[in-house]
Design a binder for this molecule. Structure first.
Ligand SMILES: Nc1nc2c(ncn2[C@@H]2O[C@H](COP(=O)(O)OP(=O)(O)OP(=O)(O)O)[C@@H](O)[C@H]2O)c(=O)[nH]1
Length: 648
């Protein structure tokens, strides 16, 4: 037995500190308050006493009463603590005063004090790990009674040319609502079809690549897959792949036997081939629904959709619309005017304008939501695809969206995640550049060529990533450690620096701060306008055969402050040179929100009415670009020259 605080001891006996203090006083042991420490001997005495009076009713009664457990954070506001303890704030404040603590209703008190008070009121206390909570979010499970049926989400897969795109088109044409509204469907990556008063959501990217890459990222959005098989071609390798992907994801399959308008086709042959793959159609005693259709003629599409609804019914797809939303990003990009834009499929709960969200390692506040018809929504319930605006950065497809309490939490979770990602990707060694890659390979100094890929649209980023990774050979494995949409930022440079990677920018530019950081950190940034050029360079570097290199020397930057359209002369941009200088002979690049819009030459450089050779920092000038008129206020014009440099 050692020394012990009064409240701990009281806890041990299951009585309040006050009761214990009274008992102690009876025993002639005087203590100041609940935080007082009892000497070892005193503890012993009290222990004995309580052992004897073990049948003391009061104690038994207390022990029987299961203590209610509460969690208290590091600091807690008096008012909130009162709520937790199911007491009025004034009761709590009175208690605090008794303990010698003056606190107002809105004041924060420390855990230690909160614990004592809670114990006084007969609660068992646990410290809430606030850090842990901020690090990630636990999505609460729904109670069965809160769940309501939700529309199915469908992916169309199948062999090349079997008619996936045509089928999606045909399905969209049956969309009565779209016709009635007279609206034009918007490409947001998913669309809704309404049939018999029910809704079906179709993911617009056909094929199993999208399906699999989402799954690889831990996201499963598809409820039902429609596998298209052309009746004149039958089951082909990609049909089998699609079947396997659906099976491994446990997603029910509906087969659309397509192109039945064609002559000399044999539907039974397709059914036989399906059976060979273990898919026995209903007519033959199995449980697989196969619908013969013609996407081209729009034949039997209604039946196919009815079958989708039927399967959905069997699947009992449910969600709880009355909770904070959870969803998955199916597409994302950096929009020149609107910033990061993501199509999110709300899977559970209802997403609302103004919600604070965490999306992968990004965060934001939902500023606007646009549905597949281009209509602005205020709310989006389960199984609704919506394009959302208001994110801090462009997320990745497959990222999960979660609505959290407030912006602060969203930001802190996102930053935590980013930090974790960074740590995971960190593998420090000597810096690599494409120029000395071959030398390092020869010396056996490098086994992995790490690359960070940034691009203007998700599609090209993925394409660059895949093509680069295919370049791996016996000597070196090409690894894309990060691929994302948007300008090259400081965090990309830090990642590249930490993991000894080079950065490849496709149609995007480093932001100024990233550029200087890259110089400091010795990170090789290569920017390209054409995919194959990037691939070629990496390939050549791996063979030690890079072409003589032209190094870009940046001359300066100018910001477009006004735009004038002059007949005969095209667009003239009224600019302010923010750094360096702009020269008449320089090459220029027009950058809007970090994305390269155009590369070319100047067609005129003027100060007032005069043509000039150069304009330096701090001065205004008029700039026109050769064969290019799409200049907007806020654009940045970068001027540079190309200089041949010697290879090391
Ligand atoms: N006769 C006939 N032709 C069809 C039908 N459906 C699609 N086609 C044709 O088949 C070809 C391929 O159709 P797509 O819809 O592009 O096929 P896909 O599976 O999306 O092709 P990928 O995207 O390249 O994999 C096109 O020429 C279509 O016109 C159909 O029901 N009947």
């Amino acid at each position: 037995m050692t020394k012990m605080r009064v409240y701990k001891l009281a806890q041990e006996f299951g009585i309040t500190s006050k009761e214990l203090i009274e008992k102690l006083q009876q025993l002639g042991i005087n203590v100041i308050n609940h935080m007082s420490t009892l000497e070892e001997d005193d503890v012993k005495v009290v222990m004995e006493l309580f052992k004897e009076s073990n049948n003391n009713e009061k104690i038994n009664e207390k022990e029987e009463e299961a203590m209610q457990k509460i969690k208290i954070a590091d600091k807690v506001v008096v008012q909130d603590l009162a709520k937790l303890l199911q007491k009025t704030p004034s009761e709590l404040i009175t208690k605090l005063i008794q303990l010698g603590i003056m606190a107002t209703i809105n004041q924060e008190i420390d855990f230690d004090i909160a614990e004592i008070v809670a114990l006084e009121f007969g609660y068992e206390v646990e410290k809430e790990d606030t850090k842990e909570e901020q690090e990630d979010i636990l999505i609460p499970e729904d109670k069965p009674e809160d769940l309501l049926p939700r529309p199915p989400i469908v992916t169309v897969m199948g062999h090349v040319d079997h008619g996936k795109t045509s089928l999606l088109d045909a399905i969209r044409k049956t969309n009565v609502t779209a016709k009635e509204a007279g609206g034009i469907t918007q490409h947001i990556g998913a669309s809704e079809v309404h049939i018999n008063g029910k809704k079906i959501v179709f993911l617009d990217t056909p094929g199993h690549e999208a399906f699999t890459s989402m799954r690889a990222r831990g996201a499963q959005v598809t409820d039902i897959s429609i596998i298209v098989v052309a009746a004149d071609d039958g089951i082909m390798p990609q049909t089998i792949e699609a079947i396997n992907h659906s099976r491994s994801a446990n997603v029910p399959i509906i087969v659309a036997i397509n192109k039945i308008d064609k002559p000399n086709i044999n539907i039974d042959r397709v059914k036989q081939e399906l059976a060979d793959q273990g898919l026995l159609v209903e007519e033959w005693g199995g449980d697989v629904i196969a619908v013969p259709v013609s996407a081209l003629k729009g034949e039997n599409i209604d039946t196919l959709l009815e079958m989708v609804l039927l399967v959905a019914e069997i699947e009992e797809l449910k969600a709880n619309p009355n909770r904070k939303a959870v969803g998955t990003v199916i597409e994302a990009q950096l929009d020149k005017g609107r910033g990061p834009v993501a199509t999110v499929l709300v899977q559970n709960g209802t997403l609302k304008i103004g919600d604070s969200v965490v999306v992968g390692a990004c965060y934001g506040k939902v500023r606007a939501m646009i549905n597949y018809m281009g209509k602005r929504l205020k709310e989006a319930g389960p199984s609704t695809p919506v394009e959302i605006l208001g994110l801090s950065e462009v997320p990745q497809s497959g990222d999960q969206l979660i609505v959290v309490e407030n912006d602060k939490i969203a930001r802190s979770i996102a930053e935590n995640r980013k930090e974790k990602l960074r740590e995971e990707q960190m593998k420090a060694s000597t810096k690599v550049s494409l120029d000395d890659l071959f030398k390092q390979m020869e010396k056996g100094e490098i086994k992995d060529l790490n690359i960070v890929v940034k691009g203007d649209v998700q599609g090209s980023v993925q394409a660059v990533k895949q093509s680069l990774e295919k370049l791996s050979n016996n000597e070196v494995a090409v690894k894309v450690i990060h691929a994302g949409v948007g300008a090259i930022t400081e965090s990309d440079v830090m990642l590249a620096s930490a993991s000894n990677a080079i950065i490849i920018g496709f149609n995007v530019r480093p932001v100024t701060s990233a550029q200087s950081l890259a110089q400091k950190e010795n990170v090789d940034i290569r920017t390209y306008r054409i995919i194959y050029k990037a691939i070629e360079d990496v390939q050549a570097a791996m063979k030690g055969m890079l072409d003589p290199e032209y190094e870009e020397q940046e001359l300066g930057k100018a910001e477009v402050r006004a735009v004038f359209r002059i007949s005969g002369a095209g667009t003239v941009a009224g600019c302010y040179v923010t750094n360096g200088k702009i020269t008449r002979s320089a090459k220029v690049r027009l950058v809007r929100d970090g994305v390269v819009i155009h590369e070319g030459e100047l067609s005129s450089l003027k100060r007032f009415k005069d043509d000039v050779k150069e304009v330096t920092q701090g001065y205004e000038c008029g700039i026109s670009i050769e064969n290019f008129n799409d200049i907007k206020e806020g654009d940045i014009i970068e001027a540079y020259i190309l200089k041949e440099i010697d290879r090391k």
